[in-house]
Design a binder for this molecule. Structure first.
Ligand code: DCP
Ligand code: MG
Ligand code: MN
Length: 338
C-alpha cells in the first residue's frame, strides 16, 4: 500500500531496481548518477516493454537502457552475487525493515536511519515523531508482519458478521481481498457492507455501532483511520483487531457502500490490485470508465487522461453485469490475477 505504480511483466525486475534506488537514496555521500540509473531501471516497466525481459542484452535495445542497467539485469536474472549483493549493506537492510512498519514509506524510513535509528526497538522511545498510526505499527510490528491463516480470517469474519447481524439482520456483509481470491493466508481482513433499501431503511449508522460494539468486546483494539462521516452510506474504517482473549493483532478494513454499487465494489475490493488496473484499462480503451462505484459511459477525457465529464453509470449492481457490458467472460475471484 505504498503507492507503487506501473505493474507489468517486468515488475519483478523493476522492483529490484526500486530496492537499489531506495538503497542509494539512503546512502551517505549520495551517488546521484547511480540514483538516476536505478530510477531508469524502474522505468523499464513503463517503457512499453510488454515482453518479459530476460537478459541485459535484450534490455539494451530499449532506449535509455545502458550497460550499467544491463549488467544489473544480468546479475538479478542469474542470481549471481553482483553489485546488489555487495551493496546490500546493514543500512539497506535496516531501511527495508523500517519500510515494513504500517504507514512508513521509503522517504521516512531513510530519514529514520539518518537520524540514528537502527532497529524497531529504537523507534519505541518516542523521540522520532511518529504519527499515531506509525506508532501503532511499531508497537505491533511483529504481529502486523505475520500472515493471517485462512481459518483465522474466517473466524474473525464470523465474529464480525454475527455482531453486524445483531445490529441489523438485513445487512449484507462479505469478506473480500485475498481471502475471496482463495489465498491460503492474507495480509489483512477486508470486509464489505451494504443493505438492500427494500423497506426504506439503509445501513447508515451501522458502521459506528459495529466498531463500537467490537471495541467493547476487545475484538477491535485500535483505530487507524475513521470515516469522515460515520453516518454516510459510503464510509471506510481501518484499524486493528484480534481474536479474543489474546490472538495476534491483525489489520482490519471495513468498507460500507451504497446498495446500488455492490457489484462494482465487489470487483474493486476483491482485486487483486493488478487485476483491477488491467480491467480498468480494458474498460477505458473501449470508451468506458470503471471504478469502485460503477462502470460509466460517456466519460470525456483530456489528453492527460483527466476527466472533463463524469459520464453516467450504466452498470454497478452485480459483478456479472459489469463483465457483460464490457464483453468479458466471467472470471471467478480465484482467477483474478493479472
Ligand atoms: N485495492 C486496489 N488498489 C489499491 C489498494 C487496494 O485496487 N491501491 C483493492 C484490490 C485489493 C483490495 O483492494 O485486492 C484489498 O486491498 P488489500 O491491500 O487488503 O490487498 P489484498 O487483500 O489483495 O492482499 P493482502 O492479503 O495483502 O491484504
Ligand atoms: Mg487484504
Ligand atoms: Mn485491506
Amino acid at each position: 500500500h505504498d503507492g507503487k505504480s506501473g505493474k507489468g511483466p517486468n515488475e519483478w525486475l523493476a522492483s529490484k531496481f526500486d530496492d537499489m534506488h531506495t538503497m542509494y537514496s539512503g546512502m551517505k555521500g549520495k551517488n546521484e548518477f547511480a540514483i538516476r540509473q536505478y530510477q531508469q531501471g524502474r522505468a523499464l516497466n513503463m517503457a512499453g516493454t510488454t515482453d518479459p525481459i530476460t537478459s541485459g542484452a535484450q534490455a539494451m535495445k530499449i532506449k535509455g537502457i545502458g550497460q550499467s542497467i544491463a549488467d544489473r539485469i544480468d546479475e538479478f536474472v542469474s542470481g549471481t552475487k553482483g553489485r546488489q549483493f555487495y551493496e546490500n549493506t546493514e543500512q539497506v537492510q535496516i531501511i527495508a525493515q523500517f519500510r515494513k512498519i504500517y504507514g512508513v514509506g521509503a522517504t521516512f524510513a531513510t530519514e529514520l536511519y539518518k537520524r540514528g535509528a537502527r532497529s524497531i526497538d529504537d523507534l519505541r522511545t518516542g523521540e522520532y515523531g511518529l504519527s499515531g498510526g506509525q506508532a501503532i505499527g511499531v508497537e505491533l510490528f511483529d504481529d502486523l508482519n505475520t500472515r493471517i491463516p485462512r481459518a483465522e480470517c474466517r473466524e474473525i469474519f464470523d465474529l464480525i458478521r454475527a455482531e453486524t447481524e445483531s445490529i441489523d439482520k438485513k445487512v449484507w456483509i462479505e469478506i473480500m481481498g485475498s481471502y475471496r481470491r482463495g489465498q491460503e493466508d492474507s495480509g489483512d481482513v477486508d470486509i464489505l457492507i451494504t443493505r438492500h433499501p427494500e423497506d426504506g431503511l439503509t445501513h447508515a449508522g451501522v458502521l459506528q455501532r459495529l466498531v463500537s460494539g467490537l471495541s467493547k468486546r476487545g475484538i477491535i483494539t485500535h483505530d487507524l483511520s475513521i470515516p469522515h462521516d460515520w453516518m454516510a452510506l459510503e464510509a471506510k474504517w481501518m484499524g486493528i483487531c484480534r481474536l479474543p482473549p489474546n490472538g495476534k493483532y491483525r489489520r482490519l478494513d471495513i468498507l460500507c457502500i451504497p446498495f446500488e454499487q455492490w457489484g462494482a465494489a465487489l470487483i474493486y475490493f476483491t482485486g487483486n490490485e493488478i487485476f483491477n488496473r488491467s480491467m480498468r484499462l480494458y474498460a477505458r480503451k473501449r470508451g468506458y470508465s470503471l471504478n469502485q462505484r460503477g462502470l460509466s459511459h460517456g466519460v470525456i477525457r483530456g489528453k492527460d487522461g483527466l476527466k472533463f465529464t463524469e459520464g453516467e453509470i450504466i452498470a454497478s449492481r452485480t459483478e456479472q453485469e459489469i463483465f457483460d457490458v464490457l464483453g468479458l467472460r466471467w472470471r471467478h475471484p480465484h482467477h483474478r490475477r493479472p
